[in-house]
Structures are given as structure tokens and as C-alpha cells.
Design a protein around this ligand. Structure first.
Ligand SMILES: Nc1ncnc2c1ncn2[C@@H]1O[C@H](COP(=O)(O)OP(=O)(O)OP(=O)(O)O)[C@@H](O)[C@H]1O
Ligand SMILES: [Mg+2]
Length: 631
């Protein structure tokens, strides 16, 4: 389908969803489908849940944030369970301001943006449909028209609780235009849109001298006072502040605690009673989620001021820490790079992972109760198997510090350093070492990093580099063995034949000479020594392997090179050891001879075709590993 057809299709779809009728018609809709009368908080919760929830190990994962937010599953679970869910049930928390508190670039704004965009889209669905009094600048809930004394009856009949008073403007229109007959008041379906200022608003603090409370709650329209005769005529008031416009949806309060006090005081009645004051009118009921964000320093200053106590007790503070898992951090970088103008630059394999190792290390805290070093802790958090530790240990470690992840290096810093490395290098290809170098330079120039942190962070760069060295060596060695799996399998089969003969005191058939010979002790030992099996322990080890093989055979499973963890390690190491010299000579020779050159080209081709390198990064890798092996 071409673009113009799509456009038309969308317009038709829009037309189809439009609805207009009287309040009486609307009541019929509500009876058929009560969900349309839900509160803003309930709609947001339903929106999150409708994207899918997975339960695992006693935790809930909300898929609404998939692909955009990584590694914050626990913070999000808490956010939903402790705020959105109870708020949806009309519990008191819904009147509170939701305050996301966390370190810079930790994803707070991203979470809010996801909620906003999500809500816009959700309002186009059947379950997320929203209706409002037609022409109301605040898109007021039509059910507010129901007089207070009839609401109990309405509840008995429909099971729907009506909260909130009819706003002054609609109260006046009801009397003047519809003779007080609520069933005649027109109602329409609305679609939330931040651009059109329907149900989604953003308030950000600016210069307190020039910023007016009108930005939040609207203002008198002086040009109409003559027409309506008085400032307290609601028709002479523009209900166009962010709080007004965000009614039925969500208002984001950016950098809330940077805001001038007079704005914050204004929020008191909102957080207490769920309504706010505008102009000279009775309180206006607000059906909206107010979500603010701030960093820890500002938050501490705020709560240390006694004057703020009242407001503080009416906020729900939810921590949004940094992600603490290396593989998730890597995904964050991938996402940020794909969204940036360096998206087409080649990033060598392991480069982002190496940067992620560094970032996570800066965020972790040294455990006091358990003697675990930071690198092991990092691995454990990332779901790797670390000898001597179990899942229960992760829980214990995570509970040791409540503020782990509230400090350290932020993802934006790393992305900035990557961009700067790309520009500096001038080649559209970047590797782990380029990134680490750039991070290091950045630290030296960074004004807000303390001397102590700088030293610590420099140490983490060295650690990340060591981790990378290991990965790089393994990668090159693997690329040198033509079909690594194949060679590993051949070597293992050979080893197993010998082990079998050894354990059964048999001879072994030599395929070349056709003779029966003794098992090759030298070969077996050369493999076993790789994982430190002593002469005394070799018999037990060999027997254990045979037992494993027969256990596999009984279950009808094939024993292969992956079946025995330690044997696999031994085989790999043996292959690498045999290869080391070849790699060393080939990669570090300044004037490679013809066979060496051929070998190098083969390896580079393999790195490019199978391992995700390009020719620049493959050459850089070979040169680097060559220098490592020669140290
Ligand atoms: N856990 C995360 N998962 C995915 N992306 C993340 C995560 N943390 C940060 N980011 C990305 O990093 C960038 C900065 O995040 P964002 O602007 O949301 O942070 P913030 O907490 O609002 O920061 P600030 O305090 O500086 O306003 C965004 O592009 C965001 O997508
Ligand atoms: Mg932000």
C-alpha cells in the first residue's frame, strides 16, 4: 500500500472512532461498557497491564517498557505495585504526586515519555476510550454532571463511583444553556494528545520571576470581562494551564524541586483532596496523574527543609536507580547509538560490552558482609554462574545497600565519549580500546568528578581492559582454528577413545599403521593438565567421564563436547595452547612470509564473515592480540 492510501485509511479510521451524543446517550455507553468511565489512574494501570505481564521467581515483569527501558525491572515492578495499582483502585495514593527520584540520565524522563505516548495511543483503543463534556477546555468527565445526592443511586445501579465536582464553567453552562437538564448536555469522545493539549501536559520550571502560576492553573481573560461583567464569571477565565489541560490524563512536572515555592504550595490541596484552585472559583477536581522527577541532591535539600514537610508527606517517592547489569547496559548503548547521528558507524564486537563493564563497576558497591570482589559481583548480577555463589546470594547482595545504583557513571556520558572517540579517530569504525581511551580522557577533563572517584574509576578502566583482553584473545584464537567446533570434537573423540582403552586396560587401534597400541598417555595428560588434574587424580577423572558417558547412553542422549563442563574447558585450553605460538608468530611478524600472510587473510575473512568485524576492526584486533601475546 502506498503512503497516500495509508493516510486515507488512517483518516477513515479516525472518522470511525469519533463519537458525539448527549449525556443520555453516553449513559447508555457506560452501561454497556463501564470501563470507559474509569479514572485516569485506572486507565494508566490498565494500559501498562494490557501490554503484558510475566511472572517469574515471584517477580512481575511489565512488558509495557520493553525495548526502551533495560535493567530496571525491579524499580518498575515497585512503581506499578506501590503506585499505579493502588491508585487505580482509587486508594488515596492517587492524590499524591508521584516523584521519580534518581541519578542523572537514569531513565526518569524516558519512563514518563513512555507513559505519555502510551496513553495517547491507548485512548484510540476500545478499552482506553475516553469521553468528555463537549467543548470543555478541561475535557471534564461527563459523570461529574450527576448531582451529588444522586450519586449513591447511580453507584447502586451501575457500580460506578463518581468522584469530583462539576467545574464552575460547566455548572454555569448547564444552567444557562441546558436549563439544568443534564441529559441534554453534549458529550464527545476525546483522543489524548500532548501536541493538541488534550489530557497530556508538561510543566517545567523557568525563571521564577517571570513564570506565572497561570501556566499551571490558567488565568483571567481580561478582554472578555467587559462582555461577562465580572472576573468571577467562569466564562471570563481561560482554563488553559497545564493542570487544566492534563485533566483525564497525565501531567509531567519536570525538575519539580527546582521550582519556585509558590508553585509547590499550590499543589498542596491537589495532593490532599485531589483538587486545585484556579482564579476566584470553587476548587476544581483533577482526574490526572501528576508525575514529577528530580535527582537525589535536590531531593535531600528539599526534605531537609522543615517548611516542605507537608508537601513531602504527600508525595510518593519512587527510586529510579541506574541499571546494574552489563548486558542490559550494552542494550542501552545500542539503543542510544541507533537513535544518534553516529548510527552508521561500525562498532567492533565487545566494544560496548567493555564500556558497559566499566560503567557497571562504577555503580556497584563493595560488599562488606561477603568477601566478593566487584568483578564477581558484576558477573553474578548479570546472571553468570560464579563459582561458590547462588541465586540467594544475589538477593542478599542486592539488599545490602539500598542506594546501590544511585551513583556512578551515567549512560549519556559513555555515549558522549563514544561520539567524541568517533570524531577524533576520523574512521567510521571504533573498537573497545578507542572507547576506553576516550572515557579515560573524559574523566581527566570532567570537572564534577572528585579526585577520589577519578582514581577509582581509572582503576575500573584497567579492569574493563583486562576483561576485554581475555575476550579478544579468545576471539582471535577461535578464528585461527578453522572450524573450532570441528577441531574440538575431533580432539575430544580422540581423547575419549584413549580414556576408554585406559580404563578397560585395552589396546587402541592405530588407523595409520593398523597396529594395536597402548593408550596415548602423553595426549591424555596434555589435555588434563590444562585444568590442573594431577597425576594422582587422573584415574578418577577418566573414570568419572566414562560413567557420565554411560549415563548419557542409558538416557538415549549423545555425549558431546559440550556435555562435560570441565572437559570442555580442558579441550578448549589445549586447542588454544597449541595455537598460541602460531597466533603469536603470525600476528606479530612485521614482515610476514607468504604462508603467514595467507593465514592472516583467512583469519580476517573469518572475523568479518562470522564474528561481526569489519576489515578495519579485524586488523586492529589482530595487531592488538599479537602485542598481548608477546608481552
Ligand atoms: N535503564 C535504561 N534503559 C534504557 N535507556 C536508558 C536507561 N537509563 C537511561 N537510558 C537512556 O539514557 C538517556 C537519558 O535518560 P533520561 O533522559 O530518561 O534520564 P533522566 O533520568 O530523565 O535524566 P536527567 O536527570 O538528566 O533528566 C535516554 O536516552 C534514555 O533512554
Ligand atoms: Mg530527565
Amino acid at each position: 500500500m502506498n503512503f497516500l492510501d495509508k493516510l486515507k485509511q488512517f483518516r477513515d479510521y479516525e472518522e470511525k472512532l469519533k463519537w458525539e451524543g448527549t449525556f443520555a446517550d453516553y449513559l447508555e455507553l457506560v452501561k454497556q461498557n463501564p470501563v470507559i468511565a474509569q479514572s485516569a489512574h485506572s486507565r494508566i494501570y490498565q494500559m501498562i497491564v494490557s501490554a503484558g505481564v510475566t511472572e517469574k521467581d515471584g517477580h512481575k515483569y511489565y512488558h509495557f517498557f520493553d525495548g526502551q527501558i533495560y535493567g530496571l525491572e525491579e524499580a518498575i515492578e515497585r512503581l506499578v505495585e506501590e503506585y499505579f495499582h493502588p491508585a487505580a483502585k482509587r486508594l488515596d495514593v492517587k492524590k499524591r504526586i508521584l516523584l521519580l527520584m534518581g541519578p542523572v540520565s537514569g531513565g526518569k524522563s524516558t519512563i514518563v515519555t513512555l507513559l505519555k505516548r502510551g496513553l495517547e495511543n491507548y485512548s484510540w483503543t476500545d478499552e482506553g476510550a475516553i469521553y468528555a463534556i463537549k467543548g470543555c477546555p478541561m475535557h471534564e468527565d461527563p459523570l461529574h454532571l450527576i448531582p451529588t445526592h444522586l450519586r449513591e443511586d447511580f453507584f447502586q445501579e451501575t457500580g460506578i463511583r463518581v468522584e469530583g465536582n462539576l467545574s464552575p464553567l460547566n455548572a454555569m453552562r448547564l444552567e444557562k444553556d441546558y436549563d439544568g437538564k443534564i441529559e441534554k448536555v453534549p458529550v464527545e469522545r476525546i483522543f489524548l494528545s500532548e501536541d493538541k493539549r488534550v489530557g497530556i501536559g508538561t510543566f517545567s520550571p523557568s525563571d521564577p520571576k517571570s513564570q506565572d502560576i497561570a501556566d499551571l492553573t490558567g488565568s483571567i481573560d481580561f478582554s472578555t470581562i467587559a462582555e461577562f461583567g465580572s472576573e468571577s464569571d467562569p466564562r471570563a477565565y481561560r482554563f488553559d494551564g497545564e493542570l487544566n489541560k492534563a485533566n483525564r490524563g497525565l501531567m509531567e512536572f519536570q525538575e519539580m524541586l527546582k521550582c519556585d515555592e509558590k508553585f509547590l504550595w499550590h499543589l498542596l490541596s491537589l495532593t490532599q483532596e485531589g483538587n486545585f484552585k484556579a482564579g476566584r472559583f470553587a476548587l476544581i477536581s483533577a482526574d490526572e496523574l501528576i508525575v514529577a522527577h528530580t535527582n537525589e541532591t535536590e531531593y535531600r535539600t528539599f526534605i531537609s527543609n522543615k517548611k516542605n514537610e507537608a508537601l513531602h508527606s504527600r508525595m510518593i517517592v519512587m527510586p529510579v536507580p541506574y541499571n546494574l547489569r552489563v548486558s542490559d547496559e550494552e542494550k542501552i548503548y545500542q539503543k542510544l547509538i541507533s537513535e544518534s547521528d553516529v548510527a552508521d558507524v561500525h562498532v567492533a564486537p565487545h566494544a560496548l560490552r567493555t564500556a558497559a563493564v566499566f560503567s557497571i563497576l562504577t555503580r556497584l558497591k563493595e560488599s562488606k558482609s561477603r568477601g566478593i570482589d566487584l568483578v564477581k559481583k558484576m558477573r553474578l548480577y548479570d546472571g553468570e554462574i560464579v563459582e561458590g555463589y547462588h541465586a540467594a546470594d544475589i538477593k542478599e547482595l542486592r539488599n545490602e545497600f539500598s542506594d546501590e545504583g544511585m551513583g556512578g557513571i551515567d549512560p549519556r556520558y559513555v555515549i558522549n565519549r563514544i561520539s567524541s572517540a568517533i570524531i577524533k579517530k576520523g574512521v567510521p569504525s571504533i573498537n573497545a580500546l578507542d572507547i576506553l581511551r576516550s572515557i579515560k580522557e573524559g574523566l581527566d577533563q570532567h570537572p564534577s568528578i572528585s579526585e577520589e572517584d577519578r582514581e577509582r574509576f581509572t582503576g575500573f578502566i584497567a579492569t574493563a581492559r583486562r576483561e576485554y583482553d581475555e575476550m579478544a584473545k579468545r576471539e582471535v584464537q577461535k578464528a585461527f582454528v578453522y572450524s573450532f567446533e570441528e577441531s574440538a570434537k575431533t580432539l575430544m573423540d580422540n581423547y575419549l577413545d584413549n580414556v576408554e582403552a585406559y580404563c578397560n586396560s585395552n589396546k587402541i587401534f592405530d588407523p595409520i599403521t593398523g597396529d594395536e597400541v597402548d593408550p596415548d598417555e602423553k595426549l591424555m595428560r596434555s589435555i588434563e593438565e590444562q585444568i590442573g588434574i594431577s597425576e594422582n587424580a587422573k584415574k578418577a577423572f577418566r573414570e568419572e567421564i566414562l560413567i557420565r558417558i554411560s549415563a548419557y547412553a542409558r538416557k538415549g542422549k549423545r555425549f558431546n563436547y559440550q556435555s562435560h563442563e570441565r572437559l570442555r574447558e580442558a579441550i578448549q585450553k589445549k586447542l588454544f595452547a597449541d595455537l598460541k605460538d602460531v597466533v603469536k608468530i603470525t600476528t606479530s611478524s612485521k614482515t610476514p612470509d607468504e604462508t603467514q600472510l595467507k593465514r592472516i587473510n583467512e583469519v580476517i575473512t573469518r572475523l568479518v564473515d562470522e564474528y561481526g568485524y569489519n576489515s578495519t576492526s579485524a586488523n586492529e584486533l589482530l595487531r592488538y592480540v599479537g602485542s598481548l601475546l608477546n608481552r
